[in-house]
Design a protein around this ligand. Structure first.
Ligand code: ADP
Length: 455
């Protein structure tokens, strides 16, 4: 079997495994362990200049190769074009995107630097798999350097309709970059349609045929057993005791404007207003660690949430009950898994999300004898698969309020029926299965468009 080369903006720490690893590392674990492999990307550190020679560490069958980012590239490639331009536009938010020629310059420069540092490490029969929106231009740069290996690409975030995407300066160059890939995976059939439309309109109809939908999954059994084990842990017992018999609703997100947090908080407040019999019967715990705190829009969001939570608690709280508990510090993943298991309701209401792994984790974490209810945004990729959820419009607080009311009263047999359907899907479409499906398409065993969306 040829060597697998994974390229992503971030490279996992080889010493971290299991519970502490990020979503992509979990998804790639089996594929990396089974064959000789190389994972290439940014070290997470900054330096005077972007590195030209990768530092390499071998761990098991995988070599981890990283370069540092120069201060300028960190600012323009990472904070600028990736986080302040591409991230909002790909999540349909043209209006809050910030464009700057220097940011795009940093983006092209860094994609070229990644390619130049990777090229000398490549072998002729490597299979290369590039991940996500930070690296749209990397395959084109590798081709310019003479690389002839098979190159696949997976976009973890949504791809918007082309009328939105084309609002991005340099949209055409980004699409041309994608067209250098041999297989292009996205999360849902809607994303695939949007990307195909953009490629065809840009005169790249042939590349459109290499686009397929491959919904990513989680390590379902692993997360389920983590949650079951953690239920008896000190933190989870403390949480449960503190609820004093009230139901728990839980939200777990990075503090990001795509996650619909202000609307979710407003929805919870509207539920208490409109259905007062639930007052004092439910506590909503939102865990939302600060992320990208150095980007302006994220600071604004944080202020908005501080105020929204404060207002609802101020209006509704009783001396012995506050409706919302809000934590902006990081909480360890195993503890989160345990919290999810004791929750009666999971609130996952992003305004737009490629997949949303939290939705699948909430399903996996439930007690099969007495499962909770998932309230899920119709604009999360996960809504395509999780048909047992109460699906809501995340922009509409009243819709969220009504779903919460239904969830609070849902009888045990209906909860079980809805959850069983979702668990069957989550358990079948694991991270490892996703990885196998994409690699099988990339390595030419099936046409991409057919290999994808085979759910
Ligand atoms: P995104 O990639 O946009 O952050 P996802 O829901 O797809 O959204 O993936 C987020 C991952 O990070 C999940 O595995 C989730 O468990 C983890 N995560 C998100 N928020 C938290 C949090 N507050 N504490 C611990 N882990 C979190």
């Amino acid at each position: 079997m040829s060597r697998l080369v994974v390229v992503a903006n971030r490279v996992p720490d080889p010493r971290e495994g299991g519970a502490t690893a990020g979503g992509l590392a979990v998804a790639m674990k089996d594929a990396l362990a089974k064959r000789d492999s190389l994972w290439f990307g940014w070290s997470g550190k900054t330096a005077e200049e972007t590195g030209t020679e990768a530092a390499q560490v071998r761990h098991g069958s995988t070599t981890y190769a990283t370069i540092d980012l120069g201060h300028d590239d960190y600012r323009h490639y990472y904070q600028g074009f990736s986080n302040a331009a591409l991230w909002p536009v790909l999540h349909y938010r043209l209006g809050i995107a910030r464009f700057d020629r220097r940011d795009y310059g940093g983006y092209t420069r860094t994609n070229a630097a990644f390619a130049a540092a990777l090229a000398p490490l490549l072998r002729p029969d490597d299979t290369i798999w590039i991940h996500d929106f930070h690296l749209f231009l990397m395959a084109a740069e590798l081709r310019r350097l003479g690389c002839r290996q098979r190159i696949g690409f997976f976009l973890h975030v949504p791809f918007p309709p082309r009328s939105v995407f084309n609002g991005l300066p340099h949209a055409a160059q980004l699409l041309e970059g994608l067209a250098s890939m041999d297989a292009i995976g996205v999360q849902t059939e809607d994303d695939a349609e949007n990307l195909r439309g953009a490629l065809i309109a840009g005169g790249m109809g042939e590349a459109a045929m290499r686009v397929g939908a491959f919904a990513i999954g989680i390590d379902a059994a692993g997360f389920a057993s983590l949650a079951a084990r953690r239920v008896g842990s000190k933190d989870v017992v403390r949480l449960r005791d503190s609820l004093a018999g009230r139901s728990l609703a839980i939200g777990v997100d990075r503090l990001d404007y795509t996650k619909g947090l202000p609307q979710r908080i407003a929805g919870f407040g509207a539920m208490l207003e409109r259905f007062p019999r639930h007052r004092g019967k439910i506590t909503f715990l939102q865990v939302a660690p600060v992320s990208r705190g150095d980007v302006a829009q994220y600071r604004t969001l944080r202020r908005e949430l501080d105020e929204g939570v404060g207002r609802i608690n101020g209006q509704m709280a009783e001396p012995d009950w506050a409706p919302i508990r809000y934590i902006t510090r990081a909480v360890a993943r195993p503890t989160i898994a345990g919290f999810m298991r004791v929750a009666r309701i999971g609130l996952v209401t992003p305004l737009r999300d490629g997949m949303n792994l939290v939705a699948k984790e909430f399903v996996a974490a439930q007690d099969p004898v007495d499962p909770g209810v998932l309230v899920l945004s119709r604009f999360a990729g996960a809504a395509v698969e999780l048909d047992g959820a109460l699906v809501v419009n995340p922009l509409d607080p009243d819709d969220i309020a009504e779903a919460l009311d239904v969830a609070m009263d849902m009888p045990a047999d209906e909860r079980l029926d809805r959850w069983s359907r979702m668990w069957a899907t989550v358990r079948a479409n694991t991270a490892a299965a996703w990885c196998r499906r994409f690699l099988s398409a990339l390595e030419g065993h099936e046409a991409v468009a057919e290999a994808g969306s085979s759910l």
